[in-house]
Every structure is written in C-alpha cells, then in structure tokens.
Design a protein around this ligand. Structure first.
Ligand code: SAH
Ligand code: SF4
Ligand code: F3S
Length: 479
C-alpha cells in the first residue's frame, strides 16, 4: 500500500501480484488476449487498470490464464531487492512458456522497467517489451513493433502525464472498493528510495477528472474509494491561472460530498505535509475514514536526517498528538525501515519508543535494502550487518504485534459501522468487512437481508492481533 498497500494486517513481505483480470471483459469479444500480473504498491495495481483500459481499446481482452495469452505483462516494483528478485523468477517462468508458443510477447511495465530500461531486453534477453510508468499510452505501438521483431522500449518520464482521461478497467474488483489515482511521481528524494527515479516528478491530476471518476464509481455501486499518491498531502491543482487552487483538503471535501454512502480513504501521507486542514476535513465528514497511514521510517532524528525525511522525532510525535486531539478515534499505521546506514542500537531503540508512543495500529516493516542510484547508495555505506538488520526488524515486528493486539483488545465491547466486502476467507457462513479505522471485522451471517456493500453495525466480542470478531447489532443495515 505506501503509496503503500492498504494495510489490513501486520506484514513484512512484499505484496505479491496474483494473476488477475477483469471478468466483465470476456476475452472472446476481442481479437487477442493479454494477461497482466502486478507487484508493489497500490499505485502499480491502479496503473494496471489503466493499461487494461488502453489494451481493451486496441482489441485486447484480459485473460486469467497465461496459456491463453498472446501478450503477458508484468507490472513491476523496484522498492527492495527482493521485489526485483520475485519479478526475475516470474520472467524466467514466462520465458519457458514462450518456447512452446513462439508468437507470445512478454512485456515488463512499471518501476523495474524504468530502472533497468533496455537492459532487460538487450543484456538479459528476458522480455520483448519494456514500458515505463509514464509511457503506457504507447503500449499498442510497442506491441506492434515487438510483434514485427523490433526492440520495443519506451521509458520516457513525463512532467504532465496523469492518464486523467482514461477510465480504468477495474481488475479483479470486489465491486465495492476501488483505487483512484490523484497524482503521480514524487519530489521528495528520501535517500533510501528509488521511487523518484522510477516514477519521475510529482504532478497532480485534474480535480474535475478525479471527481468524475468517483461519481462514475458511485453510479456503478462502489462504496469505498482510496485516493492514491506517493504523497497525497502535496496534491495541488489549478485548472487555469488565476483559479483558486485545489489542495488535498479541498479535494477530500469535494470527493466526500459525492455521496455520504461512499467511504473515502487515502494513501500515503507524508508527516511533513499533512495539514491541520486535512485533519479538520476528515473530522467533519463521517464518510472520510478515520485512518491515516503516516510512515515514520525511523524514530531517531539523526537517522531521519540521513534519510532526508525533513522532520524530526519531535515533529512526528507532535503530528500524532495533533491527530489524536482532532480525531480521538483515528487509527494510525506506519512504514518502518530497520538498519539504515550507520544506525546504532540506541537509535534503533528510538524507533521502538516512537512506535510505543504512537501506538500504531499496524505497520509495514522492512530492513534496509540498498537500491542502485539512490542518494543513500551514493553517499553512505550500507554498514549495518544483515543479521543486525534482521534482528532489529524482529524486535520491531514483536513490538508491532503487541501494539496491534492491544489496539484490538480496546475495541472489545464497542460497536462499529462495517462495510461488508464479502465472505470471510475462512467461512461462507461469515461476512468480512472493515471499520472506518481499516480494521478487518468478521461476523456470522445472522441476518438474511445483509449483502456485500451494505453498512452494518457490529459489536466486537473477540479479537486477535490482525482481526476483530463480533455480532451483528440487529436492524441497523443500510445500503
Ligand atoms: N511514498 C511513501 C512510500 C512508498 S515506498 C512514503 O513516503 O511513505 C513504501 C515503503 O517502502 C516506504 O515507506 C519505506 O518504508 C519502504 N522502503 C522504501 N525504500 C526502501 C529501501 N530501500 N529498503 C527498505 N525499505 C524501503
Ligand atoms: Fe519514496 Fe520518500 Fe517519495 Fe515516499 S516520499 S515515494 S519514501 S521518496
Ligand atoms: Fe510502487 Fe514499487 Fe514503484 S512501491 S512506486 S511499484 S518501486
């Protein structure tokens, strides 16, 4: 989710892309079919929906089976070394398929395509097509070129591209929740991070096009949207010079007003940029979910400086206080990196104490993985031994497990409004849905009138560290 994944439980793994494709676009109505698999953050999953829309327009229907595909695409992530290793493994599997189906084309999209550029095609001969995140409009031409045996690469980054006019084809959707991209790129230059290099300069999407997309989703019966950007709080759009600029707080308000029945979420917030205006807007609208993903990365000011996060430990803690003051019931999650260059034991303990103070409801936790070309790779030695990084990560995970459990235990006896997302994974006799605070809630199907997409009230009677369990409070369903 960061733009991290939207956390539902404590995880330390990369988000794995599952084979997925839209159901409604029956591949039979198209001349050819494509298969797409996505890795990395929500932004990548959202981009795959734009790619699907572009390909649909060119006569390509989606398929769930690699065996049926004329074109296999993998939308890749470079954030940590492990993310790239996973992609490489997948690409070698796809190559085997190509041996039995010579016309099959294989394309790499996303951040690894941008980072590796033509290398993937020339040196490593792993693929036929390489397309960076800002060049998806040229995919049809590149497919054609690759089909004719040419090298097909476009990794140009853009200062303007937001794909504002493209209606994403919702892939593998539950029909309830959807991502809406509001901006692209990142200007922040955190020293550990590859994103500014793979995604280019920050740019905000036309506010009216965002509003239109949300209205369409509402008309299609969607009940929850997540506004996506690497740093949503720096959203800033002016249609014409002289017009009042749309800030993130204003955008949130506009989107929240589409319908009180539509939940609004967003990700990711940068601690340096989240404003009081945003917090007050969240507090003002019941349908803006009371949940903020506010990655701290480290709890130590010296390390934060080396990371170029531009805030201190005290600033971060001040933000936590401000959030809790304005919205006492707001859940907060974080991203944490252990073992960044030169991190000492004491500095690591500062991260543990920030976690304890902030009482994060969830965290995405990683040990530092040096990325080629980043400022940290050029400036600092990656000098914390791997076993130390991993031990510190383990300590962070244990702390988070305890905090998540304590946070969930506090909810026992309380009643929450839950949006039903579907059956529980473990049992068809139970519903699964989320609270405004983004906590997963499981409860038995005791009322036949309930269905996916309904809001219900559930009283919590048990929990573990990842999930709340409860019972439906009678007669409080609304659709
Ligand atoms: N825009 C988001 C982050 C996107 S990347 C933000 O500013 O918070 C998601 C997360 O991956 C980051 O928050 C960070 O915790 C982690 N990450 C990024 N680069 C990393 C690296 N080189 N090693 C380990 N973790 C990293
Ligand atoms: Fe990376 Fe920092 Fe931008 Fe997030 S804000 S994408 S961590 S450079
Ligand atoms: Fe996202 Fe990974 Fe790129 S986290 S922006 S897909 S490097």
């Amino acid at each position: 989710m960061s733009v991290t994944e939207i956390p539902s439980k404590v995880i330390v793994e990369e988000r794995q892309g599952e084979a997925y494709a839209p159901f409604k676009n029956d591949a039979n109505q198209y001349r050819k079919s494509f298969y797409i698999e996505s890795y990395g953050c929500a932004m990548n999953f959202s981009d795959s929906e734009i790619v699907a829309s572009i390909l649909n327009g060119e006569g390509f229907g989606a398929t769930r089976n690699t065996e049926d595909a004329d074109l296999i695409l993998i939308n890749t992530c470079s954030i940590r070394e492990k993310a790239e290793q996973t992609v490489r493994k997948r690409l070698t599997e796809f190559r085997k398929l190509k041996q039995s189906k010579p016309g099959l084309l294989i394309g790499v999209l996303g951040c690894m395509a941008e980072r590796m550029k033509a290398k993937l095609l020339e040196d490593e001969k792993l693929v036929d097509i390489v397309v960076g995140p800002d060049a998806y409009r040229t995919l049809p031409v590149l497919v054609e070129e690759a089909g004719g045996g040419q090298k097909a690469v476009n990794v140009l980054l853009s200062r303007e591209e937001t794909y504002a006019d493209i209606s994403p084809v919702r892939l593998d959707s539950n029909g309830i929740s959807a991502f809406v991209s509001i901006m692209r790129g990142c200007n922040n230059m955190c020293t550990f991070c590859v994103v500014p290099f793979t995604r280019g300069r920050e740019r905000s999407r036309d506010a009216q096009s965002i509003l239109k997309e949300v209205e369409q989703l509402h008309a299609q019966g969607f009940k929850e949207i997540t506004l996506l950007g690497q740093n949503v709080d720096s959203y800033y759009y002016t249609a014409r010079t002289g017009d009042e600029p749309v800030t993130f707080a204003r955008l949130l308000e506009m989107v929240a007003q589409v319908s009180p029945e539509m939940r609004i979420r967003f990700s990711t917030s940068h601690p340096k940029d989240i404003t009081e205006d945003v917090l007050l807007t969240m507090a003002k609208y019941h349908n803006i979910c009371k949940y903020i993903h506010l990655p701290v990365q480290s709890g130590n000011t010296r390390i934060l400086q080396l990371m170029n996060r531009t805030y201190t430990r005290e600033w971060y803690l001040g933000k936590i206080d401000q959030i809790k003051r304005i919205m006492p019931d707001c859940a907060i999650s974080s991203d944490i990196i252990t073992g960044f260059c030169t991190e000492t034991e004491e500095e690591h303990r500062d991260t543990l104490s920030v976690m304890e103070y902030s009482k994060f409801d969830y965290s995405y936790m990683f040990f530092y993985s040096e990325r080629p070309g980043t400022l940290a790779q050029r400036r600092y030695a990656d000098d914390v031994p791997e076993e130390v990084k991993k031990r510190r990560l383990q300590e962070i995970i244990e702390m988070q497990n305890r905090l998540s459990l304590e946070s969930n235990q506090k909810d026992i006896g309380r009643t929450f409004e839950i949006l039903i997302e579907g059956n529980s994974k473990k049992s068809d006799a139970h519903w699964a849905g989320r609270s405004s605070q983004n906590k997963m809630v499981i409860f038995p199907k005791t009322n036949d009138a309930c269905k996916k997409g309904d809001y219900v009230h559930v009283k919590i009677d048990a929990c573990n560290q990842a999930t709340l369990f409860g019972k439906l409070v009678a007669d409080q369903i609304h659709v």
